[in-house]
Design a binder for this molecule. Structure first.
Ligand code: ZN
Ligand code: FE
Length: 265
């Protein structure tokens, strides 16, 4: 069985993810903010859409649901805690639930913080993590509906996944995220290498996604709020005291990032 994961750019900086099973001619889509983008891609590839996954209720992630469901009759699976905010949901899922596409099994991980019910999907067979607006390369989602404690707990759940997981996050924010990360974590060699890679990819007009989770663990400051070298650097810069607990350090970093002001979501 051969599966591919493709990025479909949408709006200014979103990615919609198209997972296809070429043997069966079937596809699954994650966070289809724009239905037309997905329909065009399916037609080009001669695929039938059999499943829609949503990570959270924001329109740039669910805006194409209705059109795709009408066109293909595909069921929509999304977060139980947001079932009243996503119209047409066929199945509402919680942490620990399993979704299936063809022979693939996806595990639902509760990752609230960006929104109150945000979920992520991890497909171990293809090493793919679809984390919506929770984890970005070198960054994380804004806290619109959740607390720093919730988001930190969510990020720790994602951090516990295997290093070889591919992070399919829903926005191309890596370049700006890298500027903030570099400003607060100046001596991190892994971060410098990732920033150089991101700069080269963007210069070539290529996506920086997926990111390798094992590398994000080394260079994404929002996954490193409990690590002593970063905490020392933050204390030195006057951002957060070294003895603050990890969720508080995370929250302070997130607030500093909001002020840094380069990321919309
Ligand atoms: Zn969002
Ligand atoms: Fe978004």
């Amino acid at each position: 069985m051969s599966f591919t994961v493709e990025l479909l750019p949408a709006f200014a900086d979103n990615y919609i993810f198209l997972v296809s099973d070429s043997d069966l001619g079937l596809a699954m889509v994650v966070d289809p903010g724009d239905g037309d983008v997905v329909i065009r891609a399916l037609k080009q590839r001669d695929l039938h859409l059999s499943l829609i996954l949503n990570t959270h209720h924001h329109s740039d992630h669910v805006g194409g649901n209705d059109k795709l469901q009408r066109e293909y009759g595909a069921p929509i699976i999304g977060p139980a805690k947001e079932k009243n905010r996503i119209t047409g949901l066929s199945r509402a899922v919680n942490h620990g639930d399993v979704v299936t596409f063809s022979t693939l099994r996806g595990e639902v991980i509760a990752t609230q913080g960006h929104t109150a019910g945000h979920i992520s999907f991890y497909f171990p067979q293809i090493k793919a993590l679809f984390c919506g607006d929770t984890l970005f390369s070198l960054g994380c989602g804004k806290l619109f509906e959740g607390t720093a404690v919730e988001m930190w707990d969510s990020l720790k759940l994602l951090r516990a996944l295997p290093d070889d997981s591919q992070v399919y996050c829903a926005h191309e924010y890596s370049e700006n995220n890298g500027k903030f990360a570099s400003a607060i974590d100046k001596n991190n060699e892994a971060l410098k290498a990732r920033v150089a890679e991101i700069t080269a990819l963007r210069k070539a007009g290529k996506p920086t996604i997926p990111a390798l989770l094992g590398n994000e663990k080394l260079c994404n400051p929002f996954l490193r709020a409990d690590q002593s070298d970063l905490r020392r650097a933050l204390a030195k810069a006057g951002v957060a005291p070294e003895d603050a607990d990890a969720a508080a350090v995370f929250g302070t970093m997130r607030q500093a990032k909001d002020k840094f002001g380069m990321q919309k979501i």
